[in-house]
Design a protein around this ligand. Structure first.
Ligand code: UDP
Length: 340
């Protein structure tokens, strides 16, 4: 790190899919960034791109544990904390549900206390999962959700709901300035091929000729946001000065069925892989689409990358990744032309 006196942005979970894109965007804006990550679900190769920046450093630690000295000794310089630390793919966060819950509750508490001591602004990456299997459609921030607190998704859904509750309590009590982003399905280059989510699964299966797995009958819907759009929203939210402490949905409101997504992937890859239908996971939400009017009004933010362009970039990246592991993330300029 060359600048030893200026402000520091801490990104917990910065080696993960969204976190690594966020770190890069912050570094490109001239920030000094410390990435804190336990490398549980992240790709260490994501760090290699970031380590080219002199203003980047990495600390391996799990936010469930007391924060390491490497971080604490820089408390007075930390002025922004992004908390993206948590496994986010259903098979990954369900593999160790206790750890998922503790990451969201104990880990968020550790970071909020750091924000309090540092006088730093804190952004929580929350999730559309706080709406559960929603009865209201599209989902507005004032919808309180329909979550099964005893099901296999609860460790993540209820963990994030508890993290939101804690963040807003810190804000109400004047202990920290907080922002809460409710992130909807996000995709793009640098996803882990074994992540387990639908975009990476379908593309990797199609490219490698393995059976393509569709859960349920494929009529369930999701709304997929390209990662550069999401990152722009996170930074805009962090830097905004909202009048009230409220969560903000960040996602792409273009809703499609999983079968429609399959159609795009089949057309783009030209695969002859077989499609197999498997049982729908328990509590799998039937419909999901963000109402983004709050983000549009407060942040002047909306997604810009269409599904066709974003999926093509993601397919191209996975094609390179599966063949040789070469990092070929498209530069943002190549995507800017495409408006939803
Ligand atoms: N899904 C699928 N095939 C897969 C992985 C997921 O059909 O290989 C379905 C999943 O059941 C869900 C949707 O795709 O209905 C999105 O799943 P994902 O795990 O990407 O994210 P979620 O929105 O459920 O957290």
């Amino acid at each position: 790190m060359t600048d030893r006196s200026g402000p520091i942005t801490l990104v917990a979970g910065g080696a993960g899919f969204i976190g690594s894109h966020l770190c890069q965007a912050l570094l490109d804006r001239g920030a000094t960034v410390i990435c804190l990550d336990n490398l549980q679900t992240s790709r260490p190769v994501n760090l290699r791109r970031l380590e080219r920046y002199a203003e980047f450093s990495f600390v391996e630690a799990d936010i469930v544990n007391p924060l390491p000295l490497d971080i604490l000794e820089k408390t007075s310089r930390i002025d922004r904390i992004y908390n993206l630390a948590c496994a986010a793919s259903p098979p990954q966060y369900q593999a160790d549900p206790e750890h998922t819950m503790l990451t969201n509750v104990v880990g968020t508490d550790h970071l909020l206390r750091l924000a309090e001591r540092a006088g730093a602004r804190f952004l929580l990456s929350s999730t559309s999962e706080v709406y559960g299997d929603p009865e209201a459609h599209p989902q507005r921030e004032d919808y309180r959700g329909w979550v099964n607190c005893t099901g296999p998704r609860a460790c993540y859904d209820e963990g994030k709901r508890a993290a939101e509750a804690m963040a807003f309590d810190f804000a109400r009590m004047g202990r920290a300035e907080v922002r809460v982003a409710r992130i909807f399905n996000t995709y793009g280059p640098q996803m882990h091929p074994d992540d387990g989510r639908v975009v990476s699964n379908l593309i990797c299966q199609a490219l490698s000729g393995k059976n393509i797995t569709i859960y349920g009958d494929g009529t369930q819907t999701r709304s997929f946001c390209y990662v550069s759009d999401l990152v722009a929203g996170l930074i805009a939210l962090m830097e905004s000065d909202p009048e009230r402490n409220e969560p903000v949905n960040l996602g792409n409101p273009v809703e499609i069925t999983v079968n429609d997504l399959l159609g795009h992937v089949l057309a783009m890859t030209g695969t002859d892989a077989k499609v197999v239908y498997k049982p729908l996971p328990i509590d799998d939400p039937r419909r999901r689409r963000p109402d983004i009017s709050r983000a549009e009004a407060q942040l002047d933010w909306r997604p810009r990358v269409s599904l066709e362009v974003g999926l093509a970039a993601t397919c191209a990246w996975f094609a390179e990744e599966l063949v040789g592991g070469r990092d070929c993330t498209p530069e943002p300029e190549t995507l800017r032309a495409s408006v939803v």
